[in-house]
Design a protein around this ligand. Sequence first.
Ligand SMILES: [Fe+2]
Length: 196
Amino acid sequence: MTKGNGHPIVIERARPLAVHQAKEIQPYGTVARLPIALDAAVCAASIDNLNQLLADTMTVRDLYKKHHWQVGGPTFYQLHLLFDKHFNEQSELVDSIAERIQSLGGVSLAMSHDVAETTLIPRPPRGREEVPVQLSRLLHAHEIILKEARTMARQAAEAGDDGTNDLLVSDVIRTNEMQVWFVGEHVVSTPVLGHE
Ligand SMILES: [Fe+2]
């Protein structure tokens, strides 16, 4: 594989392209028009809302995985399983929201750095927390998402963006409400005996 003079024979044509510095094809915050019969202004408003919701959904998704790993105590196993189930359901929502943003002609947030800068959900500590603290942290996160998702759903309906409205109502709101029920029932104080 040398020319005889000790130098290697290098074939440039077969070298893989490794371009990291190329210009973006679409900057964040812009709208690429698609033939979906929606005004650019309507698309832009939905994209903005959905990116906020995406950051918050990615955060609650990761909060579930954190708690799945770090949970302790007598209810360890059931919560370990429940937290992972909710993590998976939130992961599906993340994909649906991000792809809705792209299908409106927007650019979805993707990386954790950007998510951390955008989310409205308070940052938890790195360390392990007690179960009641984990649960109330999750309930608070769900409430932030539900509040914004309902407002966004109304805005989308009024603007005629029925697809976004449907995603928000049928998937995001219903899934979060269901998860609040399952998490919330763990912190209802039920007496061990049914006496007054
Ligand atoms: Fe696991």
